[in-house]
Design a protein around this ligand. Sequence first.
Ligand code: PLP
Length: 223
Amino acid sequence: MIKENLEQIRATIPSGVTLVAVSKTKPVSDLQEAYDAGQRIFGENHALEMRDKHEVLPRDIQWHFIGHLQTNKIKYIIPFVTLIHSIDTANLLEAVNKEAKKHDRVVDCLLQFHIAQEETKFGLTLDEARQLLESDIFKQMHNIRICGVMGMATFTDDEAEVRKEFKNLKTVFDTLKKEYFADLPQFKEVSMGMSEDYPIAIEEGATLVRIGSKIFGARNYNV
Ligand SMILES: *Cc1c(COP(=O)(O)O)cnc(C)c1O
């Protein structure tokens, strides 16, 4: 099933868009199945769960952290994480930088923006991001690299609303690119789109889509 799901999804994703297989809550055997079907990029949203899976699965997997990251959990993922999608405060970025320095790494990060109508979703505003990027503290951070932006749309059937939110995120990306990263080719990622809305996200300029349930089936949080 996982293999077939992956094949179906891949057929709908243009080249230039990267699929992150969101495997949170799923057993290692499911990830192995996706791996055997050629998937190499996995997304997780709990630090310890990601570390535990990393320890037992093949070394060439690229691990993307996509959830809310608590400062005291950073240390579990910094030795191996490929991309952190969810930087939502200056303090978190500073803490990631500090831990990355201990490991002599430069860790790639995305800035997460609040684009949804729901109050609960995490993320920066454009002004907060500007403040961060202009701060002296940021200029001293040599162990992180900002590679783009991430956002989550409102959970709704209203396609026009979702599209509007993705357009907003793309505009945020274009604005930051122009103001701060014009000469930095690494600033190129727009992480948006999940199982139910990724086709719209791709139309609106996503470079990374984060798809879970369409690959692995519905999640059961009660187990
Ligand atoms: C769970 C999750 C996804 C994947 O959601 P699906 O609807 O299962 O595709 C994508 N992004 C984030 C941040 C998530 O937490």
